[in-house]
Write a protein of this length. Sequence first.
Length: 404
Amino acid sequence: MPETWSFHSAGQIIFGRNAVRRLGEVAAHLNAKRILIVTDSILEKAGLVERVRAPLRENAVEIEIFSGGEAEPSLRAAEASIECGRPFRPDVVLGLGGGSNMDLAKITAVILAYGGQPRDYVGEFKIPGPIKPLICVPTTAGTGSEVSAASVLTDTENQIKVGILSNYLRPRVAVVDALMTVSCPPKVTADSGIDALTHAIEAFTAVDNADFPLPPAEQSIYQGRHPLADALAAQAISLIGLNLRRAVKDAHDLEAREAMALAATLAGLAFSNVGVAAVHALEYPVGGATHCSHGAGNGLLLPFVMQFNLPVRQRELAKIAKLLGEDVTGLDELGDLHAAERAIQAVTQLRADIGIPLRLRDLGVRPEQLRLFAEKAFAIKRILRVNPRPATVEDLEGILRAAY
Ligand SMILES: NC(=O)c1ccc[n+]([C@@H]2O[C@H](COP(=O)([O-])OP(=O)(O)OC[C@H]3O[C@@H](n4cnc5c(N)ncnc54)[C@H](O)[C@@H]3O)[C@@H](O)[C@H]2O)c1
Ligand SMILES: [Zn+2]
């Protein structure tokens, strides 16, 4: 059992409206002469690439752009990004986009430093040392990839999301500018926003650091719940409770956009130290098979996993109800259970209000697929061990049946 915990982050976080204008200065600090921007054609058309390119150009940085990014990127997309970057020999890689492009930029920065194939690095602690310096500029709020230790890719052959985890994947600089998220359509705002909520709730209800069930010979990036991450997750939950509906409803509500950008980064800092848990373990096979967005899959599953964890996390769930702005006056006198149930109802309502699919059948899942999803999720030990209530394959199948 661990007796200590630690906290890792991006090297620097620059936050605020028009923060991207400081990219020239960031490049100069990194002594960057050649920057590879990893992005996609939607963001190019939305004019976001230009907003990043302009301050870099002013600092005489040479730029190459890979715009072949895709949502929930495949290992193949990662190879394409690397092929584009290799002849250019960048000294810095810049990920511009949602989690998808940032994760492509991360694996690109690994392979430009160490060679090999994306598949070689799947798992934990496979990256031998520091990678090409990485700047991340999120355009969703969001995955928290701008501060996290993960790159998530889709293994299309095996129909599953695969994770690459290493503290070397944390960007040197995260530039979080809510103005970059204003062009997100409502679905992207909703899906990425509920992903951030899932990160915060999974971190806030995770197994405690002192009880983290890590077998003696193993190491893990994730450490279980600890007080610093708890503070960040709590603040993220509260910001999301107040602002996600607003941001979905009115794309130009800058106050809500900024609060969501902060919440996503805070949630990223929390989960990337504590871990994510059963929601994410179950989403990996569901997303791999149905191609739903990561956020939609998580949002769909979140209340069902909260229900499963209820017996061991009443106090924390009761706090979440309050953080989400629920009026629990009178309920807490009856003990935590009623307030905790209110948290599950609040998430269920939020999910419906912002248009997240409610049932697995809405994603085209067939009942006979559930067992295989449960088995695949059960195999993702590094995530599942973070869940506060140990789950068997049958338990996971039960959660999926409830969500069906
Ligand atoms: N590395 C991590 O720590 C981590 C954590 C959670 C999720 N993820 C991964 O991140 C991915 C999901 O990322 P996401 O939710 O940020 O969405 P995304 O990056 O997949 O983007 C979704 C779509 O929205 C578009 N888009 C993004 N920003 C936009 C903007 N400002 N204006 C207009 N269009 C915009 C993109 O072009 C894309 O088509 C998944 O692959 C998921 O597995 C990674
Ligand atoms: Zn996630």
